[in-house]
Unconditional design. Sequence first.
Length: 116
Amino acid sequence: MKSSSKSCELDPLPKHLLKKVLECLFPLITRIINKSLVESDLPAYLKKAHIRPLTKKPKLDKEVLEKYRAVSNLPFLSKILEKVVATCWEGHLSTHKLHDDLQSAYCKDHFTETAP
């Protein structure tokens, strides 16, 4: 529910509509995510992305191809699965104290200013 309402062209439902019926779809979404985690497999429809070129800065010359970068727009379920995996992985690393002492990137409450 906290995610933005922007939709990807690959989503079967616009996100604003999905949020309205999420309570009904939640068991199905949960089953898809859990199956993907148990089988260590991502369904093919979640591996696709809509890729669009965007200029690196708004004022750059739009005629020069080098001034563009590719931006991937992923389906909603791909983003949810990614967040679930990241949360589980971070929990595992924290619980078992597996973070490197010198690592500050991707660690909660760690910044370049707090690095040893």
